[in-house]
Design a protein around this ligand. Structure first.
Ligand code: ATP
Ligand code: MG
Ligand code: MG
Length: 550
């Protein structure tokens, strides 16, 4: 398996097992179902599922569904699909933090009874103000010293919907002077009169992330709760709850640096803005760094897992060059994608010494190094399409493609010579008239060297192919570098180009999601939604040229 590169968390897990701190390894991947998963989540998925796999433990898929307002069933469905597609299997059924609402509520009451939590009447703004700053200690709420009895009654009323949203919250009673602001009496329950996608109308109060997360880990017997670095300051709180509650297990939290990828944003909130404003064609637009978008673009699960291995796992924030991602898919497709010819910018060539009704076929390898991919039949007739970029009327010295009175080899076929250039009324090249050297099939011509090889398709047999060329969505390396800046200002206006191309006949009835190397052009994937019989639509996954310098 490709998901086992060593890293500091794997080392930690190994030490915990060897020291007997844990008998087995249980991890979890805990997405909030408020958007589609992106490439950053893939890093977390590969880490959590990969560790479970490596050490013979298991990994849960748990929806962190404590905020009903932002969450939807379609996100739950897409997350399940994406994790499965990436090649991972969660243990048993999927879990929901909402499965534990009754237990979490019970534990909140436990804190209240022990004088470790209180109902506060301050509003959100006041709580923020009382909480203080890094340089200034917090002040206690006037409601901080309510008795457990009073707090239990008020909390019960909150639960019964007797107060409006924001009128009251439940807070843990920890330390308003702590240097760690997370410990200054964090809010653990809020009132929300919302319908929840799992629990319906059952609850009027919802636990905070901090209160739900560690306790859900404990309920599930998670041993290593792996999250991104922004939760490092929450770890003392994570531990505080576990120490103050009768939980069945003691998970430990470990943090790693989140993935930042150049020319990309990896935040669901920002990706949602692209969707909502119609800048992209949905969450699975092939330009999106979502798993679903990458799948549609033509990425393979193996290439994404390989990429996650390449980038490693550390505690240092960094920006990963998107060329690494391109490199990962390119090297997979180089080995595994069959070849085909497709002309993206067609220029008509008439082969003058081929008779009108002539037709011949070449039996050509599906892949130059993979005999298991079989062969395909490539027809040739009097008229063919070549790429306009493979011809120059006044070529520079080292130009080895087609030019007046020069020769070039048609890939998998003969050498041709350009005898005449036809221009249209505007003076543009509209057609070439060439002659075939019939002595050159599979061998060099007599007495001269022909260096250039170009791709082509027979005009009489070619099928129309819609090609969608994608480029980065953003023009700058770090579109969201400036946290408050408007990342939308950096959009690349030409991130999508749609082309009508001519493909070889084998492309007529491709299955959705078939991947090909269009020879000399790039790697392409049949769009999983728009490809129809006789109407192939291909997304450019990545160009041929590797821009990643190791
Ligand atoms: P976003 O900021 O995109 O909304 P999130 O962290 O709020 O991300 P969650 O659904 O809570 O999204 O994430 C599930 C898991 O994936 C968490 O453990 C989170 O730390 C991890 N994760 C999210 N983004 C990244 C990233 N860019 N790199 C690595 N891990 C990530
Ligand atoms: Mg989150
Ligand atoms: Mg988020």
């Amino acid at each position: 398996e490709s998901t086992s590169a060593p890293n500091f968390i794997r080392t930690q897990v190994r030490e915990d097992l060897e020291a007997g701190r844990n008998q087995t390894v249980v991890t979890r991947f805990p997405p909030e179902p408020n958007g589609f998963l992106h490439i950053g989540h893939a890093k977390s998925i590969c880490l959590n599922f990969g560790i479970a796999e490596q050490f013979g433990g298991y990994c849960n898929l748990r929806f962190d569904d404590t905020n009903p307002v932002r969450e939807e069933q379609i996100y739950i469905d897409s997350i399940r699909e994406d994790v499965t597609w990436l090649g991972f299997e969660w243990a048993g059924e999927v879990r929901f933090a909402s499965d534990y609402f009754t237990q979490l509520h019970e534990w909140a009451c436990h804190l209240i009874r022990n004088g470790d939590a209180y109902v506060d009447d301050l509003g959100a703004d006041e709580i923020r103000e009382y909480r203080g700053t890094l340089t200034e200690p917090g002040r206690p709420s006037p409601w901080r010293d309510r008795s457990p009895e009073e707090n239990l009654v008020l909390f019960e009323q909150m639960r019964n919907g007797e107060f409006g949203e924001g009128e009251k919250v439940l807070r843990a009673k920890i330390d308003m002077a702590s240097p760690n602001i997370n410990l200054r009496d964090p809010v653990i329950y809020r009132i929300r009169h919302a319908s929840h996608h799992q629990s319906g109308e059952q609850w009027k109060i919802y636990p905070s992330y901090d209160f739900a997360h560690g306790q859900s880990d404990a309920i599930e017997g998670v041993t290593h709760s792996i999250c991104t670095l922004e939760f490092e300051d929450h770890r003392p709180l994570y531990d505080w709850f576990l120490e103050h509650l009768p939980v069945p297990a003691r998970p430990r939290q470990y943090e790693f640096a989140r993935l930042n990828l150049s020319y990309t944003v990896t935040s669901k909130r920002k990706l949602r803005m692209l969707v909502d404003r119609g800048i992209v064609d949905g969450w699975d637009d092939p330009r999106m760094p979502t798993i679903a978008g990458m799948r549609r673009r033509g990425y393979t699960p193996a290439s994404i897992r390989h990429f996650c291995d390449m980038i490693g796992v550390t505690r240092a924030d960094s920006l990963v060059d998107i060329q690494m991602l391109y490199h990962a898919i390119r090297s997979d497709l180089e080995d595994n994608a069959p070849r085909a010819m497709c002309v993206l910018k067609p220029l008509k060539v008439v082969l003058t010494n081929v008779p009108e009704d002539h037709e011949e076929h070449f039996e050509v390898a599906g892949h130059p190094a993979r005999s298991d991919m079989g062969t395909r039949r490539l027809p040739l007739s009097r008229e063919i399409w070549i790429d306009a970029d493979d011809f120059m009327e006044e070529p520079p010295k080292k130009y080895f493609r087609l030019a007046p009175e020069r020769e070039v080899r048609l890939r998998n076929a003969y050498v041709i010579r350009c005898d005449e250039v036809i221009h249209d009324a505007q003076g543009e090249v509209s057609e070439l008239r060439c002659s075939v050297d019939f002595e050159t099939l599979g061998k060099n011509p007599e007495g001269r060297k022909v260096k250039g090889v170009i791709h082509w398709v027979s005009a009489a047999h070619a099928i129309p192919v819609e090609v969608r060329n994608y480029d980065n969505l953003f023009q700058v390396e770090q579109p969201d570098r400036d946290r408050d800046g408007d990342f939308l200002e950096h959009l690349n206006e030409s991130s999508l180009e749609v082309i009508q191309a001519w493909g070889e006949p084998a492309l007529a009835d491709v299955a959705p999601e078939s991947r090909y190397q269009f020879e000399r052009v790039g790697y392409f994937c049949a769009d999983r939604h728009d490809t129809r019989p006789e109407h192939p639509v291909f997304n450019r996954t990545v160009s041929l040229k590797d821009g990643w310098a190791r």
